[in-house]
Structure formats: structure tokens, C-alpha cells
Design a protein around this ligand. Structure first.
Ligand code: GLN
Length: 281
């Protein structure tokens, strides 16, 4: 095979892409709509001209830093595949901890009312809906674009979810829930990691929350009380250095049984608290 012809094979195109092998594999899988086993079994498979052009264009964008998930338009979370676009945060493994904290507080056969604030791609709400089919799940986002994507994801996974466009609690009137979850923005305005890696391409609105990254968490802690049923839980994700602060805020606002969980990297990542059963906080 000539060098040019080799460029059009799976192995050749991946090798010449200049990408890390793991990235090249994800893009090639997306272009050919195949799994890893196919790539391993058929390194000599020849791409047609359109596939090769698409792979090369994606490789250029990846080399310029665009996240793989935005190039392929999908990412797995809690063993489900989600459509992703630059209008939403790319689901992260540490957020699975928040899902687990919520599942632990949702009875398997009960019809709890659950609220997911700032749902983005909808991944948290949809996983909860799949695991707790009798729960009544409401999900909000301020972004119409994010909500449209979350609706598509919910339809693809046949998850029954009520979607509401809302700036935090603004459009929820006096409604109350048994569990409120959120992966809010929690990065500080001047955090240097905003100019590194995938984060550069993600929506600022989903990442940044004021000078210390605590503005959204403050809103959650303060207003969730008015939207939780007696004995209801507020659970949220936060930065690795915000655990102590999150607990202090929950405690000061009158939540009980406050806790913080560590992610797989050992960082404090999810905190929560319970509204007292005698409700007047
Ligand atoms: N964990 C993300 C990051 O540090 C931030 C996600 C968020 O703000 N919810 O990049």
C-alpha cells in the first residue's frame, strides 16, 4: 500500500492525526460509528473520502484544544450516553457522587418529588429518573439551549421529567420537593484553571460563580429551605476547597445532619443537609 493509501486506513489516519491514541480512538469511533473492538480488529479498514475528511477536521479542532465530547457530541455518565453541546457542561465522573448521594435518599418504590437545578445536559435528572421511575422529577436551567438539549436527552432515555426554564428558584413559585440536587457553577472568577484544557470551551455561566465561586451555592443554601418539604434534603456539588465552607453555610442556615463526601480523587466534592421536620427555619 502506498503512503497515501495507508493514510486512509483506520490505523494510518489515527497514527498521522498527531493526537493522543485515546483521543484518536474516540474520534474514529464517532466517525465510523463503530466500537473499540472494531478498531482493534480492523486497523486496515479504509475510510471513504467523507469519513477521512471528517476525521481530519475533528483532529485539527482537537489539536487546537476543543474537548473530545464537543467534537463527538456525546459523553457517557452513570453508564448512559448523553448528547452534549457547547451550551452545557461536559458531564464529569465526580458528579456521579452527587447522583449516588441522591439515590441513597430516594426510596426505591416511593414517589418522591425531586428538583435538579441548573440541569445542563439533564444527566443528573435523567439518571435519577431511570433509577427511580416513580419519582416526580423537575429539572430547571436558565439556558433555553441547555433545556432543549436536556429534553432531547430525556426523550432518548424515555425519562419522564418536567423541565422549567428558571433562574435558580425564580420560576418555581412556592413548590416544595423532598430532595433538591444541583451541580451549580462553583469556580472563582479569577481561577487560573479557567484558561486551561476543556474548561476553556465550556459555558462560563455553568462554571463561574462570583469572586470566590460561592455565589450560586449561597443562593442554593438560602432559598432551598423555602422549597424543601419537612425532612427534605439539599445536596450539591462544590469545589475541592469548598467543603468546610459549604458545611458552615448549611449549618448557619439551620440544616441538620450536614455532611460532605469525597470524590474518587479524595477531594471533598458533595455536601448536603436536611431540613428539620419541624419546618420553620
Ligand atoms: N468541576 C468543574 C471544574 O472544576 C466545575 C464544574 C462546576 O462548576 N459545576 O472544572
Amino acid at each position: 500500500m502506498s503512503a497515501n493509501a495507508q493514510d486512509a486506513t483506520v490505523a494510518g489516519a489515527m497514527l498521522r492525526s498527531g493526537l493522543a491514541p485515546a483521543d484518536a480512538r474516540v474520534l474514529m469511533r464517532a466517525v465510523l460509528n463503530v466500537d473499540d473492538a472494531f478498531l482493534v480488529a480492523h486497523p486496515e479498514h479504509v475510510l471513504d473520502a467523507a469519513q477521512l475528511a471528517r476525521f481530519r477536521a475533528m483532529a485539527v479542532r482537537r489539536r487546537e484544544g476543543e474537548p473530545v465530547a464537543y467534537l463527538t457530541g456525546e459523553r457517557e455518565f452513570y453508564s448512559l450516553n448523553f448528547r452534549i453541546s457547547p451550551a452545557v457542561l461536559i458531564p464529569r465522573p465526580e458528579t456521579e457522587l452527587l447522583v449516588e448521594a441522591a439515590l441513597a435518599r430516594l426510596p426505591e418504590d416511593g414517589s418522591s418529588r425531586v428538583l435538579d437545578l441548573a440541569t445542563g445536559s439533564g444527566c443528573i435528572a435523567i439518571v435519577l429518573a431511570r433509577h427511580r421511575p416513580r419519582a416526580q422529577i423537575t429539572a430547571t436551567d436558565i439556558s433555553a439551549e441547555a433545556l432543549a438539549l436536556a429534553r432531547d436527552n430525556a426523550a432518548a432515555h424515555r425519562a419522564r421529567i418536567e423541565f422549567i426554564q428558571s433562574d435558580w428558584f425564580a420560576s418555581l413559585a412556592a413548590r416544595r420537593f423532598d430532595v433538591i440536587v444541583s451541580n451549580p457553577p462553583y469556580v472563582a472568577l479569577a481561577d487560573p484553571h479557567l484558561s486551561e484544557g476543556d474548561v476553556r470551551f465550556e459555558p462560563r455561566q455553568a462554571l463561574v460563580a462570583g469572586p470566590k465561586g460561592l455565589d450560586a451555592i449561597e443562593t442554593l443554601v438560602e432559598h432551598a429551605r423555602d422549597h424543601l418539604a419537612a425532612g427534605g434534603w439539599l445536596l450539591f456539588e462544590h469545589g475541592y476547597d469548598q467543603g468546610v465552607c459549604a458545611q458552615a453555610m448549611l449549618g448557619a442556615a439551620g440544616y441538620e445532619q450536614c455532611f460532605t463526601l469525597r470524590d474518587l480523587a479524595g477531594q471533598p466534592r458533595v455536601s448536603g443537609g436536611l431540613t428539620p421536620s419541624r419546618h420553620h427555619l
